[in-house]
Write a protein that binds this ligand. Structure first.
Ligand code: GRG
Length: 297
């Protein structure tokens, strides 16, 4: 495990957690709504999206402060809303998430929908309130809207639902994975490049890194659904197969899925090498590649 990455995660995740809790606690709304929002926010997520943003900002030589932590954490609200809605009976119908009862199991379906809606809208409020340059704020708000909306995550989810019992080809599957998973991770890298004042060339590479990381992240998620246990994942396994979902193992076989994952990892390593040549210290960012434990295959 990359030491710089481990130390960074150990220090930054508690700050992200505290930021999320502090601002959500301060909202003057019905207590049950606040509890439902905080339940899923505090349910043990890895915070990989804000961590990625902040790792990029730091690697670009900018000191992290509370405002930057808030800027980076806005995407976590959207990620959490997407999981709450994805778990609903009308979508994936899951009872367990991160080893705990899903939001609608705790608060009922109506409150789960509303808690998700509230997290989604609060995310944009946070970005709008940031004490950073107005033009940067606007660019971030548009980028996050695109990543989370019908050009990104929502489109991916529709592709996922419409793909049940329909065989996608690799290009079609990549598009679904891009929307479902990579769009938010790509945004996280874009956000980091903007807040860290990356050059245009660095920004292009960082956005590509996010896209590849996101695709690898979803391929790995597909693989885990086949090879991992419910205990390890904190959610049901083998669901993709049971629901006839389009996944990398279903399309390419398990070995083919591992090969695709390895190819993405190699491409990410090449991007990091190019970023290093562009003057960025990529030691911390290389730690994100350790997330994929391909030896399990
Ligand atoms: C319902 C609008 C709407 C969108 C749902 C993102 C998504 C679209 C559904 C969630 C289920 C899923 C397979 C998402 C793919 C991305 C993924 C692997 C999410 C899990 O992300 P982690 O591992 O979660 O970062 P933690 O628990 O660490 O926060």
């Amino acid at each position: 495990m990359n030491k710089a990455y481990k130390e960074f995660v150990g220090k930054i995740v508690p700050k992200i957690d505290a930021c999320l809790d502090h601002y959500l606690e301060s909202i003057d709304c019905r207590l049950v709504l606040k509890r439902a929002m905080l339940y899923s926010i505090d349910a043990g997520g890895k915070r990989i999206r804000p961590v990625l943003t902040l790792a990029i900002v730091k690697s670009l030589g900018v000191d992290l402060d509370d405002e930057l932590v808030k800027a980076a954490s806005a995407v976590e609200l959207i990620h959490t809303y997407s999981l709450i809605h994805d778990d609903l009976p009308e979508m994936d119908n899951d009872d367990l998430r991160r080893g705990k009862p899903t939001n609608h199991k705790m608060f009922g379906q109506a409150m789960a929908v509303l808690a998700g809606d509230a997290l989604l809208t609060t995310s944009f409020e946070w970005l709008g309130q940031l004490a950073i340059d107005d033009s940067k704020k606007l660019v971030l708000i548009i980028a996050l809207s695109k990543a989370a909306g019908p050009l990104g995550m929502i489109n991916g989810q529709v592709g996922d639902i419409k793909g049940e019992n329909v065989q996608y080809n690799l290009e079609e599957l990549k598009k679904v994975h891009y929307g479902k998973t990579a769009a938010l991770l790509e945004y996280s890298c874009y956000c980091g490049s903007l807040l860290g004042n990356a050059t245009e060339q660095q920004q292009t590479e960082l956005v590509e890194f996010g896209k590849k990381f996101g695709l690898a992240f979803q391929i790995y998620d597909d693989i885990l659904d086949v090879v991992a246990t419910e205990e390890k994942l904190g959610k049901k396994v083998h669901k993709d197969n049971d629901e006839n979902k389009n996944t990398y193992p279903q399309l390419l076989g398990l070995d083919g899925a591992y090969d695709a994952l390895k190819q993405n990892i190699t491409e990410m390593q090449k991007i990091l090498a190019r970023l290093q040549q562009l003057g960025m210290d990529c030691n911390l960012l290389s730690g994100f590649l350790d997330y994929f434990k391909i030896s399990e295959g």
